[in-house]
Write a protein that binds this ligand. Structure first.
Ligand SMILES: Cc1cc2nc3c(=O)[nH]c(=O)nc-3n(C[C@H](O)[C@H](O)[C@H](O)COP(=O)(O)OP(=O)(O)OC[C@H]3O[C@@H](n4cnc5c(N)ncnc54)[C@H](O)[C@@H]3O)c2cc1C
Length: 450
């Protein structure tokens, strides 16, 4: 039987926030072109973009202390300013989507919420004060407040000050206008809009297992029908590989020169989720602390109010877990299968040059529930075991890249890889992620469709 071959002008792999955003940008620029979106799961936004799989922080530099390192005695705010600008662009984009009807109920996707940073001990307090003094002069952060006074901080975050020794040296900054974002809800609503458009097709349970460039730069994408039907193919002029954790193997299969030498290292996230509604009700903020010495950026602890499906929630974490899967719904063979001759040196080099990270991961994986509760008590001293349970969040695949000096380098940001002929783009990495999805996808558009 000849296999079915369909055609689309653009193929987007993955039904997460990145593909949803790019589909809107393509649809607006080329309204009559055919867009096909291929998602391996029965629903969109079931991996990193799903509400419980991420922390839902609208990252904008208000509270993330790792965005403002101290360099030679001064606070470097470049990253915080850049991310504030990128988040504002995402916010403007989502408002535009709401105005156009792509997002039907923006209030379900976004909620304004104070963003705080919180530290203990003299050295950290001095850092936070210096950071505040620098940042309050900068436009995005002018409304920032700072305090070391227990009573003031108690007004901001009562839960965190109860049961705390009044002699403890603490400090916090407070910005009223931060955001909690339900990225999964944004994706669901955008895809709902697409169901009404004949030239945008969402194919669920359609796993892309291979792709190759054929005549005139076009791509032939191989799809397994996860419902058990016949596998099929789609011929297209352009492919966006937005498969999240699943992007790396597809980048390798694409065979593009620009994708050589990349590897990935999966780190899963765990949160403590509060199950006591009375406690949840008494906290109304996103509070970020300081990561422990030697730990990676995604380990910054935070106590986080969330609004998910109309319900207020409270999370603390993240803790790191280890799994060889690249996707939460992936296979334990993902990591071993990703090791190839062209990336093995990068992987070994990255491992050797990141021994503190390896040590951190081993320690994190060994943590018991009681250890995790002890860490929560640094934030919320009166936390009771019975009020919390551990939940598994999403899977991040950190990029490992060939590097002349160190053989392989671990990267914590995102990276867009584009083929020389601009017919294939791929997004790797997860941070700062969904908050900056609009600017990342704007770059994907600019790289291929100027
Ligand atoms: C623990 C954790 C906390 C986070 N916290 C935040 C936060 O507070 N704020 C923030 O802005 N960002 C946060 N992020 C990052 C953010 O979640 C991601 O950057 C974002 O969701 C990535 O979106 P995506 O569309 O690239 O990937 P995903 O949402 O993972 O979507 C990729 C899709 O591709 C599909 N797919 C994979 N392989 C294939 C294939 N072969 N064929 C077809 N489909 C395929 C998957 O099923 C999935 O639906 C966090 C991430 C994690 C893991």
């Amino acid at each position: 039987m000849p296999r079915k071959i369909k055609h689309a002008d653009f193929v987007l792999i993955g039904g997460g926030i990145m593909s949803a955003t790019l589909a809107i940008l393509l649809h607006e620029k080329f309204p009559s072109k055919q867009i096909a979106i291929l998602e391996r799961l029965p629903k969109v936004a079931e991996e990193s973009s799903e509400a419980w799989n991420n922390a839902g922080t609208g990252h904008c530099g208000n509270c993330e202390l790792n965005y403002t390192p101290e360099v030679d005695g001064s606070i470097d705010c470049d990253k915080a300013i850049r991310i504030a600008k990128q988040f504002q662009e995402s916010l403007d984009f989502w408002k535009h989507c709401a105005a156009k009807g792509y997002i039907q109920d923006l209030a379900k996707c976004l909620r304004q919420l104070p963003h705080l940073s919180f530290v203990e001990e003299e050295e950290n307090v001095a850092f936070l004060e210096k950071r505040y003094t620098t940042m309050k002069e900068l436009e995005p952060f002018r409304s920032m407040q700072f305090s070391t006074n227990h009573d003031v901080i108690k007004k901001w975050v009562p839960l965190m000050m109860e049961g705390r020794n009044t002699q403890d040296i603490v400090a916090a900054t407070f910005i009223e206008k931060g955001y909690d974002v339900n990225f999964g809800e944004i994706v669901d609503q955008i895809f709902y809009y697409f169901t009404k458009h004949d030239n945008i097709d969402l194919h669920l349970e359609s796993d892309v297992h291979d792709l190759e460039q054929v005549d005139e730069g076009r791509w032939l994408v191989d799809i397994t029908d996860e419902t058990g039907g016949d596998s099929w193919k789609i011929l297209t002029n352009y492919v966006f590989n937005g498969a999240g954790g699943g992007a790396l193997p597809l980048l390798d299969n694409s065979g593009i020169q620009e994708g050589k030498g990349y590897g990935g290292f999966p780190i899963s996230g765990l949160f403590l989720r509060c199950i006591n509604p009375d406690i949840i009700e008494r906290h109304d903020a996103k509070v970020y602390g300081k990561a422990k010495e030697g730990s990676p950026p995604m380990s910054v602890p935070h106590l986080d109010t969330r609004m998910i499906n109309g319900r207020k929630e409270l999370l603390y974490g993240p803790f790191a877990g280890f799994s060889t899967k690249f996707l939460k719904h992936g296979s334990y063979f993902d990591l071993p299968r990703s090791i190839e001759w062209d990336n093995i040196l990068s992987l070994l080099g990255a491992g050797y040059h990141n021994l503190p990270l390896v040590k951190y991961l081993v320690q994190q994986v060994a943590l018991s529930f009681e250890d995790r509760m002890e860490m929560l008590r640094e934030f919320y001293p009166n936390a009771q075991d019975a009020d919390w349970k551990v939940v598994t969040a999403g899977q991040r695949v950190q990029i490992i890249k060939a590097d002349e000096e160190k053989m392989g380098k671990l990267q914590f940001g995102t990276e867009v890889i584009v083929s020389e002929d601009k017919t294939f783009s791929c997004l790797l990495g997860a941070s700062p992620g969904a908050s900056t999805s609009y600017s990342i996808m704007k770059k994907v558009m600019a790289d291929s469709f100027v």
